[in-house]
Design a binder for this molecule. Structure first.
Ligand SMILES: [Zn+2]
Length: 249
């Protein structure tokens, strides 16, 4: 599958050092959002390229009725490599330098960026969480693998703090004073659920390998408030029908 490397690539490309007002992406056609006329229910109607949003293998989902599949461990090869933080009008994203990634299915996927949704997009046995991180990886052919980590409220997360300490209040980007490691987002126990899904933002491309960590991490109430205040809206797509898909554990 050849596709965009990031979940919000269109919006990122619309940013060229200029901070646009919310909802304005000059030269980028109909804008999409999380409510009203441009919200998730309308995505397929906004642009022909968004037709996959009506597909049968969409994300996020409620991870329930899981099947024991003795999943092999995913190998994480992360060192500190988050170099800049972007407010793209849909999320806060940290772009990662080359040379980090995961191995799964006998393939190598390079970590491109991680970003956040509040509240969580995926649910675990019907439970929604205050925050979810998506670590977006691509192999050499552009096939995507997203590692998801959900967060409960509790002790603050230092990696989140380091990234969000610099987050732009309006659309734009900022260099991070020290490289942030995505390792700080991962629980010590790497047991996971797995399913076949999609990007959770337009163009909703399918064929994405989803690896959802079973164990939640924590962020502080203050950290969550800082994210929500900066973004100013909930950025979670509602859960999508599973249809014929199994969820493996
Ligand atoms: Zn995402």
């Amino acid at each position: 599958m050849k596709t965009t490397m990031t979940l919000c690539a269109a919006a990122v490309m619309a940013i060229s050092g200029v901070a646009y007002a919310a909802g304005e992406h000059p030269g980028h056609g109909p804008h999409w959002g999380y409510k009203g006329d441009t919200g998730p229910a309308a995505w397929t109607k906004l642009k022909p390229e968004f037709s996959a949003c009506a597909g049968k293998n969409q994300s996020p989902v409620n991870l329930t009725g899981t099947i024991d599949a003795q999943l092999p461990a995913v190998a994480f090869n992360y060192k500190a490599g988050g170099t800049e933080v972007v407010n793209n009008g849909h999320t806060i994203q940290v772009n990662y330098e080359a040379g980090n990634g995961i191995s799964m299915d006998g393939m190598q996927f390079e970590l491109k960026q991680f970003h956040f949704h509040s509240p969580s997009e995926n649910q675990i046995n019907g439970k929604s969480f205050p925050l979810e991180a998506h670590l977006v990886h691509a192999d050499k052919d552009g096939d995507l693998a997203v590692v998801s980590v959900v967060f409960d409220l509790g002790p603050s997360n230092p990696a989140v703090g380091a990234a969000w300490g610099q987050m732009p209040k309006a659309e734009g980007k900022a260099a991070l004073p020290a490289k942030v490691s995505a390792k700080g987002l991962l629980p010590a126990n790497r047991d996971y659920y797995r399913y076949n899904g999609s990007l959770t933002t337009p163009p909703c491309s399918e064929g994405v390998r989803w690896v959802v960590m079973k164990k939640p991490m924590t962020i502080s109430k203050e950290q969550l408030e800082a994210f929500k205040t900066t973004l100013g809206f909930d950025n979670n797509r509602p859960v999508q029908p599973l249809n014929a898909r199994p969820i493996l554990r």
